[in-house]
Every structure is written in C-alpha cells, then in structure tokens.
Design a protein around this ligand. Sequence first.
Ligand code: 6GU
Length: 250
Amino acid sequence: MRFDIFSVFPAYLNALQLSLVGKASEGGAIDIAVHDLRDWTEDRHRTVDDTPVGGGAGMVMRADIWGRALDSAFDIDLGRENPRRILAIPTPAGYPLSQEICTDLARNSDQIVIACGRYEGIDGRVAEHYASREEVEVFEFSLGDYVLNGGEVAALALVEAVARLVPGVIGNPESLVEESHGSAGLLEYPTYTRPLDWRGESVPQILTSGDHGRVARWRRDEALRRTALRRPDMIAALDAQKLDRRDRAA
Ligand code: 6GU
C-alpha cells in the first residue's frame, strides 16, 4: 500500500515517521511519500490560491496547481495491472470516515493520494475531474462535526487508521478484534492493570475473580452501558438479533 500526501505544510506530516506507522514504512509493508504542493507552482511567489469566483471570504486553492501535483502521483507505476487508486480529500463537508471504510481501504486499495486543502478549500473542479477518470476513485471525507484549519490532521488520522489494518503492519492481529467500532457495534469496555488499589480506587472485583464467564458478562454490560450513555445512535443501530436476554435487561 502506497500513500502520497500533498500539503503546503509538509512538515506537519513528519509525525508519520514515528511509532508503528513509521516502523511499517521502514519495514516496507507500506510506503509513505509527502509532497510540498508549492513544488508544482510556476510563479516566483509559489502562489497556490486565488480569490473565490462569485465573491465571499477567504481564498480557494487553484485547480491548475492541484492538477499537476496529483497527476504526478497517479502517474506512478504501482507494479500491477489495474491498481485501485483513491483520491482522498479531507473536508468538513465530506462523508464521515468510519472503521468499515478504513478496513476496506486497507484490504482493497493500492494507493491512497491525500490532497490536504487549506484556506476555504480546493477548487471544486479538482474532485469532479478525478471522479470522472476511471482509474481513480474520489473520497471526500470528514473526521466529525467540527472545523479544522486544514486537511493535515485528517490526513494523519486517515493514514494511521488505515495503515494499522494493512496485513503485516500490526504485530498482534488479536489486538484488532475487540476494539471500539469493531464488529460488535459497541464502544469498548474499560480496562485496568496493577496496582489493584490506586489513590483509593480499586479495580472492579469481578476482574480478579478468575471466573472467565462472569468477566466476559461484566465487560459486555460495561460496553453496553457506556455506548448507551455516550453514543445512543450506536444503540439505535444495533442488530436486535445480536442482543441476548441479559443485554436487554442491562
Ligand atoms: Cl477532514 N477537514 C477539515 N478542514 N476540517 C474537518 C475535517 C476535515 N473533519 C472534521 N473537520
């Protein structure tokens, strides 16, 4: 899996050299290239934006510059026939990013090109143009209902969420199964470690009982309670067939 990230603040993406994602890219399971959008400008001031047509506040990033930059990434030979290439554009006006989408991207895509906008965003023709090219799928995505100043933080989130699901990136695939937004459709239950007493707070006694059945039931109850409180939308979306009698009582 190859990631190409375009930004006017490429240093923002230095964090990708750290931690698990950094190790995976050193080890060769994934490839990450960060590009400075200004490398595709043609004027002395390396201008990437202009005023919005029709008026309004702020500046809009120019389609001509984005087009040259993105073409350079989509021209890269990925060493296989008909690779699946994604153009991911972070925007608060995008489709909500989800674990399901990240899983699909990790398993089934060959290249994710991320176009990080700043200012009032990227000229709308860029998304339209690449959506009309049959070798590219466009995915305009949002992290949630709040506004960031640019796409860089969202790009970091997308790369980390997808890269950890690419086969061979996480050492222990078990750690992928029971987490929040996994197949159970519930938030994850709380976890604890030693010391068993800390500042007058003790670890729930059931967890030290050695009774695996009761531990599993307690965890499921906690996951349900937490999800009902924090994410009532997820409770409403639960498949009633997957709930047992104890779930309903809780
Ligand atoms: Cl993906 N981009 C920006 N600029 N703001 C956001 C976002 C993305 N997701 C939530 N807010």
